[in-house]
Write a protein that binds this ligand. Structure first.
Ligand code: NAD
Length: 522
């Protein structure tokens, strides 16, 4: 029998200054915790989890808060009321079942809003193999995905620019990178992890993903006791799908981390197994990684395990290590006894395991099975130990780059035109450039189409037109006094030529170095 390398002992991180509920190890009083029952399968699995936590000796006092679908539909486009914000801000630790984001562009994701409003910059998602009880191909898989939680494309800044083109802004900040990457290494060090792997796509997004990779390399040298490596996200994900047991701690920008952790959740048997913690300097939120699975709502069949393990992480976070350990070990014993919900049984059947060994149960029966095993430990899977010692993530002094010298080098002006060809547009803009600017190139969807474009290149109605100050375009010169005024005059000339500019991006030199990407073919 294959034994798993079960090290998901503690996930909690906090600082001692993190609020009234932390450091309550010695307090006999129950800790007030805001609890959201959620939507879809949310109420069923949360009810099961609260029952287990209570029976397992958790000293918590749930304060039920309303968020999600009903709140959205009652007119709060953010899915949360002011009163709930007050409760979350007062109690600082939040236990949340999945919610449904209604379809439609008027509704913002509440999960993203909560993470960003409360500064929950680190998303921890441990994914552990429970082979052979949840049979999978990778018996030794034991990965912690540490996902940046506030930035990237999840800034949600999107605009329709022309009838044909929409845009989503990918925002990556240096402090954002540094905080999450330091968190990953601190986590690795505190929990005896060997290696931290960073994944980005910086061969294409050289500035945004390039910054994440650069900061990773800078921070990694401060942790010589932990191996570090970087993979491009495409081939890295392929390797993860094939050999997940060769990875340890992963750190990545928001979108990649979201996708990769769901993929890994499925590889270990079910997304219903994986917990998540969202941690900031002052607040923490614990939830399953999966959504509200509306198709399964009301059937009483959903797997409460991901939400339960998130609750276990929360107990450790608030200093209740004994209850966390007791509940987690009882859950492992339940898995080991092959008592499972439909999703795990399906996995077992796919792996041609003898399904006669399994007892399929619903959500409530699964909770009862865990409660019946409280006080027991798994025999084959490694029992967990919780220390109740939160990781001290002392707020690091982040590298301050705000004083960098910024010089205006030129401007990218975006123009809408459905009628003009690249050459026709180029000729008009050569005239508009005037004495101060040189038209460097025009690109369409990032591909250079002027000068010297090819007729085969498909063009939309959205043109990026790059102008540089004539002074700066000459090597050896930098900086341009009155640059913004010149750009306004250039825009005026473009308007006079009957062209419609839709937005602009200034081109800067930072400490004398180009701080914008070149167009494909520039
Ligand atoms: P989902 O994760 O809700 O469900 C996808 C599938 O995974 C389900 O059909 C089911 O087969 C399986 N599954 C998920 N949880 C399970 C469980 N506990 N037990 C057994 N099987 C489980 O993803 P979705 O269908 O894309 O999203 C549904 C809704 O959830 C959407 O409105 C989405 O916005 C929301 N969502 C919420 C959160 C959150 O609250 N944290 C996260 C992701 C998605």
């Amino acid at each position: 029998m294959n034994m798993q390398n079960n090290r998901n002992e503690t996930i909690a991180t906090s600082t001692e200054a993190s609020g009234p509920v932390l450091g309550s190890v010695s307090s006999p009083d129950p800790v007030p915790i805001p609890v959201a029952m959620g939507d879809g399968i949310g109420p069923e699995i949360m009810e099961a989890c609260l029952y287990i936590l209570n029976e397992g000796g958790a000293r918590i006092e749930p304060i039920f808060v309303e968020i999600g679908e009903e709140v959205y539909l009652s007119g709060h486009t953010s899915g949360i009321t002011e009163k709930t914000w007050e409760i979350l801000r007062k109690h600082r630790v939040f236990y949340k079942a999945p919610i449904t984001t209604p379809q439609g562009s008027g509704y913002k994701s509440l999960n993203v809003t909560i993470r960003k409003t409360l500064g929950l910059y680190a998303n921890l998602r441990p994914v552990v193999s429970y082979n052979p009880f949840v049979p999978i191909k990778h018996p030794d898989m034991d990965i912690v995905v540490i996902r940046e939680n506030e930035e990237d494309l999840y800034a949600g800044i999107e605009h329709q620019q022309t009838p044909e083109v929409v845009q989503c802004l990918k925002l990556i900040s240096r402090p954002g990178c540094e905080r999450i990457i330091r968190f990953a290494f601190e986590y690795g060090r505190a929990y005896g992890r060997k290696r931290v792997t960073c994944m980005t796509k910086d061969n294409i997004m050289k500035l945004t993903d390039g910054l994440f990779h650069k900061v990773f390399d800078e921070v990694a040298v401060e942790y010589p006791d932990i191996e570090s490596e970087h993979w491009l996200i495409d081939i890295g994900t392929a390797k993860l799908a094939d050999r997940p047991d060769s990875f340890d701690v992963l750190v990545m920008p928001n979108l990649y981390g979201d996708i990769v952790s769901d993929m890994l959740g499925q590889i270990v048997g079910s997304v219903g197994l994986a917990p998540g913690a969202n941690i900031g300097d002052d607040y923490a939120m614990f939830e399953a990684i999966h959504g509200s699975a509306p198709r399964h709502a009301g059937k009483g069949i959903a797997n409460p395990s991901g939400l339960l393990l998130a609750g276990v992480m929360m107990l450790n976070h608030i200093g209740q290590a004994n209850a966390a350990e007791r509940i987690h070990n009882a859950w492992l014993k339940t898995i080991e006894d092959r008592v499972c919900t439909y999703d795990i049984l399906r996995k077992a059947r796919e792996a041609s395991a003898d399904d006669g060994d399994y007892t399929e149960v619903g959500t409530v029966e699964f909770a009862e099975a865990v409660v019946a095993r409280l006080g027991k430990k798994p025999e084959y899977l490694k029992p967990v130990r919780y220390s109740g010692r939160p990781i001290m993530l002392s707020k690091p002094v982040l590298k301050d780059v705000r004083g960098k010298r910024m010089e205006l080098d030129g401007v990218d002006i975006f123009i809408r035109s459905a009628e003009l060809s690249a050459d026709e547009l180029g000729q008009k803009l050569e005239g508009a450039a005037g004495e101060k600017f040189r038209l460097i190139m025009i690109s369409n969807r990032g591909q250079k189409v002027y000068p010297g474009g090819y007729p085969e290149t498909f063009c939309t109605d959205h043109w990026r037109c790059r102008f540089k100050f004539i002074d700066n375009a000459i090597p050896g010169h930098s900086g341009h006094a009155g640059g913004h005024a010149e750009i306004r005059r250039l825009l005026g000339r473009i308007e006079e030529d009957g062209l419609e500019w839709i937005k602009l991006e200034n081109l800067y030199l930072m400490d004398g170095k180009r701080a914008y990407s070149l167009g494909q073919g520039e």
